[in-house]
Design a protein around this ligand. Structure first.
Ligand code: ISE
Length: 336
């Protein structure tokens, strides 16, 4: 295959950045078509980027000239397009989360099992961040002993709606739920979400910040601060306390700024700049893998595991109790 031809469904902001990234920065693929429930807007996007606009995602996915599909619709519609792509035998990249519930993820897994091969990759971009990759290598080497504790923070200056308690676990900390499971190479056994003192600036219906506590199979304890509307900056932290060393996620290299009598380093306003390199690597690796006929990124099974832990954490938050995380047996199909 010379060039992977991609159809994208969901032309919102993240979809458009992926079109620009693939068509202008990366190599080996082109987004050639798009579809969106908002047909007029879809046409304007198609015109801007020189794509073919389709009336429906289904129609686009069925076209013979579409080799692979990207799903960037709102979360509730992921399942329908991912399953459609799998049924058509096409590789499909779906933005996180794979689907809003573990049950919906299981239906996607069932479609893949039925197709008899892995076609789905989930957009957990942090696994491609150079800093997290260095941390994983260091942990895996066991050069610093066993990891014991993880202290993490996920701070957003602000987020888009919904501004309710679900925005912390379901929308934001799902990234930690996935990346920390990948980093440690083990599943969770329990989840807890505690409310502390809420900021005076918290939006109505949102308790902000919140702390999530996860425990893994081997007993590693993880705490994650989620502060979704901290009003200041985007700040992602991950400190791994090992038996023989403390490991920290590197801070992004940014310019030094001297202003208002302060000397300091510029910080990211949001995830789109903080993880820009991760997104680039993620998509380039996905393109290369599709062309070589394999899926090597976060799988539908990883998407399911994330939703199982997220559901436990949501329940833990709503009941203010510790909730067990119980996964089904992993099908042999997903064994690497
Ligand atoms: C957003 O949807 C993301 O995926 C960002 O990475 C995360 O930091 C933010 O909290 C979410 O709202």
């Amino acid at each position: 295959m010379q060039e992977l031809k991609i159809g994208l469904v969901g032309t919102g902001a993240i979809g458009r950045t992926h079109i620009e990234r693939i068509n202008h920065k990366l190599s080996g693929a082109k987004v050639i078509a798009c579809a969106d429930a908002n047909k007029e807007f879809c046409k304007s996007v198609a015109e801007k980027y020189g794509l073919q606009a389709y009336e429906t995602g289904e129609e686009m996915i069925a076209k013979a000239d579409i080799d692979a599909v990207i799903v960037t619709t709102s979360d509730a519609y992921h399942e329908q397009y991912v399953v459609e792509a799998v049924k058509a035998g096409k590789y499909v990249f779906c933005e996180k989360p794979l689907a809003p519930t573990a049950e919906a993820c299981k239906r996607i897994i069932a479609a893949e099992l039925e197709a008899g091969r892995q076609l789905v990759q989930v957009g957990f971009m942090r696994r491609y961040d150079p800093g997290y990759r260095q941390l994983k290598e260091a942990i895996q080497s066991r050069k610093y002993g066993e990891p014991l504790l993880l202290h993490c923070a996920h701070r957003n200056a602000d987020i888009t709606e919904p501004w309710d308690n679900s925005s912390a676990v379901e929308n934001s900390m799902v990234h930690e739920i996935d990346v920390l499971r990948w980093l440690l190479g083990e599943n969770y056994v329990s989840a807890e979400v505690r409310y502390g003192k809420s900021t005076r600036k918290a939006k109505k219906g949102l308790h902000d910040p919140q702390t999530m506590i996860l425990t893994t199979e081997s007993g590693v304890r993880i705490d994650v601060e989620s502060f979704v509307c901290n009003g200041q900056c985007y700040d992602i932290r991950c400190e791994v306390v090992c038996e023989d060393a403390i490991l920290n996620l590197p801070k992004p290299a940014t310019i030094e700024v001297l202003a208002n009598t302060v000397r300091g380093n510029a910080v990211d306003a949001d995830w789109s700049t903080r993880f820009v390199e991760a997104y680039n690597v993620e998509f380039q690796e996905w393109i290369n893998a599709c062309k070589e006929g394999r899926v090597d990124g976060p799988s539908a099974w990883d998407g399911y595991c994330c939703q199982v832990a997220a559901a436990a954490a949501s329940k833990a938050r709503d009941t203010q109790t510790i909730v067990p995380v119980v996964y089904e047996q992993m099908p042999a199909f997903y064994q690497k």
